[in-house]
Design a binder for this molecule. Structure first.
Ligand code: PRX
Length: 397
């Protein structure tokens, strides 16, 4: 109170140039070193404000709730800037969807009469495991639109979200976008002129599968990789000149719908968070016991994908539970809790090509226990494979 009485009611805004930097958010890069994605004042804010309004059909009497972490791009664009620029009434939530119990989300929806709800497939899959009873305990009649973001939503999760949460009344709006795009770029309502290209950069027509690119610029696209403009140009504009390259694969069906199939590079998506295998490998490699590490993804029923790490230990070091726990901790501390590996496998040798490149494709199959390894003619030493299958980490997570 004492402080308030002396404070002015007015706060002069800080005038900025439209192209002044607004914020830098770091995101994983396929080479391992995170990229500082730089967004600017006007284009970004205009874009998130508009997409928020149109994609969620925001109306002044809405109560909007996005469950994302505010430090992540979804929290920046669709908790902070987009809703605030529209003067929207929002629920801000810091906590877990399962604490104190698995009805938490629906209790909040009921309590605040939430109309527009935005979450990630990983949260839906997590809650789905507990069935419909915890959802049905609360009234969800206020809900009008259900949004999803961060990773491909599998049909079971979509059905559950649509039927159980939304009682088949609410449209499910899947929103595809990236830290780099600032806001939504493919949704059912609006899209930034997408195209699908083949490996030679030719645009494909009709039903097809290939690289997802965008043909036109939009106000919210990142302006540079902080401190490395060259990397910005190389990563997004070099492979297919004239297009923005998303790095994701995509299928178009006969009805013209786009289905995102996932990353085309060495990236993986754990609970809607993008991680690069290289980043995790280098965190493991910093441990004195590790000579070499190779990381691949393994499908996970809740997280979408999880980390499966193969480690070759330095001579004389034995593999045991203590080391395994230490390595997990190492990755967790270097990158974050989301990157904690689910599996660490001792790999006395890794499958490599004659030129010494690790064959991740083969490792991915071993992690998933798929015996059909495809063409192994470039493999330098095939005895490695049998050993790796024998040492596989089993067990469900
Ligand atoms: O692979 C795509 C996936 O998440 C990546 C972007 O991750 P990030 O920059 O962390 O931003 C996440 C929040 C926007 C994309 O390259 N992705 C994001 N949304 C979807 C998706 N994959 C499928 N469907 C989505 N709706």
């Amino acid at each position: 109170m004492r402080l308030l009485s002396g404070a002015s009611d007015e706060c002069e805004p800080e005038w900025c140039d439209s192209e002044d930097p607004l914020f830098i958010l770091y995101t994983s890069g396929s080479t391992g070193k995170p990229k500082g994605v730089l967004h600017t004042v006007s284009g970004y804010m205009l874009y998130v404000a508009t997409t928020f309004k149109l994609v969620f059909d925001y109306q002044p009497d809405d109560v909007y709730w996005c469950t994302a972490d505010i430090g992540w791009i979804t929290g920046h664009s669709y908790i902070t800037y987009g809703p605030l620029a529209n003067g929207a009434t929002s629920v801000l939530f810091e906590g877990l969807p399962t604490y104190p119990d698995v009805s938490r989300m629906w209790e909040i929806v009921d309590k605040y009469q939430v109309t527009k709800f935005y979450t990630a497939p990983t949260a839906i899959r997590l809650l789905m495991k507990y069935g419909s009873e915890p959802v049905q305990k609360y009234n969800r009649e206020s809900l009008k639109v259900l949004g999803t973001v961060g990773e491909p939503i599998n049909p079971e999760a979509w059905q559950w979200y649509y039927s159980v949460v939304g009682e088949k009344r609410c449209p499910v709006v899947d929103t595809f976008w990236q830290t780099e795009t600032g806001g939504h770029v493919v949704t059912l309502i609006l899209s930034i002129v997408p195209a699908i290209l083949n490996e030679s950069g030719e645009e494909l027509e009709g039903p097809c599968e290939g690289y997802l690119v965008f043909k036109q610029p939009w106000p919210g696209v990142m302006r540079t990789v902080y401190g490395n403009h060259q990397r910005f140009e190389t990563t997004y504009f070099k492979k297919f000149p004239g297009y923005y390259v998303s790095g994701d694969g995509c299928r178009r069906d006969k009805d013209g719908y786009y289905w995102i199939t996932g990353r085309m590079d060495d990236m993986l998506n754990v609970s809607g968070h993008l991680l690069s295998t290289a980043e995790v490998e280098s965190a493991l490699g910093e441990h004195a016991a590790v000579a070499e590490a190779a990381v691949v993804s393994r499908l996970h029923p809740v997280k979408g994908e999880s980390l499966y790490c193969f480690v070759t230990l330095t001579d004389g070091v034995g593999f045991n539970r203590t080391l395994e726990a230490e390595l997990k901790k190492q990755v967790r501390e270097k990158i974050g809790a989301i990157a904690t590996p689910d599996f660490i496998q001792n790999a006395p040798s890794l499958p490599k090509t004659r030129s010494g490149k690790i064959m991740r494709r083969v490792l991915r199959k071993i992690a998933r226990n798929e015996q059909d390894l495809g063409d192994l003619s470039t493999l330098a030493d095939s005895s490695v494979i049998e050993q790796l299958f024998l040492n596989r980490c089993c067990g469900a997570v």
